[in-house]
Design a binder for this molecule. Structure first.
Ligand SMILES: C[S@@+](CC[C@H](N)C(=O)[O-])C[C@H]1O[C@@H](n2cnc3c(N)ncnc32)[C@H](O)[C@@H]1O
Length: 223
């Protein structure tokens, strides 16, 4: 388990909130100085998502998507808005959501809702989303909160809807990052928490062509 790394839950959340408050509302800020890998990330995500947009048993609708831990909307802009009619964004940092309107430009009018909330406190509207995208934010939730959040996301899905988590994974065990107050887990634990939420994994893929020095990044689709 990784939650044993969290000695004080209130501190764990407060520290993260404080960290993100001071981060510039830019693509580089969203990616901790790795802004240059954004295009590779988005291309990999497009490829991963494509299998659920083609005709077949897993084909999903393209009405509404939810971007969780959206930041300024880096993913909303380049991955979600080109596919979905409307996108909702949820993030704990109000400054990022305010800047999103400008960053998204003309397309900001297709954002249905900007929710300023921690995912630990957020409940997606039931039966609303074809896709719930959760990238580079699960480390900010404790194990119990992640499971509970995924259960609420499951209720937020429309028929044939899916949840995609894309995040850093350690090779083995959990590692705490004291700077941004997040936990990086290994794949076994993430898959176990997904199962505990009552979800089944449909596909999993490693992001290719990322720099060698960063954690491995995986996309996992589930419903
Ligand atoms: C590494 S950035 C990733 C942003 C975006 N997903 C992307 O890939 O461009 C992490 C984001 O999670 C947000 N965040 C941190 N803790 C959160 C929490 N408990 N609930 C919701 N959002 C949170 C931060 O404000 C920040 O926007």
């Amino acid at each position: 388990m990784s939650t044993e790394l969290v000695e004080d839950e209130t501190q764990f959340y407060c520290k993260a909130k404080k960290y993100w408050k001071d981060v510039p509302a830019t693509v580089d800020g969203m990616l901790g100085g790795y802004g240059h890998i954004s295009s590779i990330d988005i291309s990999g995500s497009k490829k991963f998502l494509q299998r659920f947009l083609r005709d077949g048993p897993h084909k999903m609708g393209t009405s509404n998507a939810l971007d969780c831990g959206s930041g300024i909307g880096r993913i909303t802009k380049r991955l979600l808005l080109p596919v979905f009619k409307t996108v909702d964004m949820v993030d704990i940092t109000d400054n990022f959501l305010s800047k999103a309107k400008n960053y998204l430009g003309e397309d900001a009018k297709r954002i249905g809702n900007f929710y300023c909330s921690g995912l630990q406190d957020f409940s997606p509207e039931p039966n609303r989303y074809d896709l719930i995208w959760v990238q580079w934010v699960i480390g900010h939730l404790t194990d119990d909160h992640l499971v509970a959040f995924l259960k609420r996301c499951k209720s937020g899905l429309r028929p044939n809807g899916i949840i995609i988590i894309k995040d850093n994974m350690t090779q083995e065990g959990s590692v705490m990052d004291e700077v941004d107050s997040s936990i990086c887990r290994d794949m076994d634990l993430v898959r176990k928490l997904i199962r505990q939420a009552g979800l089944s994994v449909l596909a999993q893929e490693k992001q290719e062509n990322f720099p060698d020095e960063i954690y491995h990044v995986y996309s996992i689709a589930m419903r």
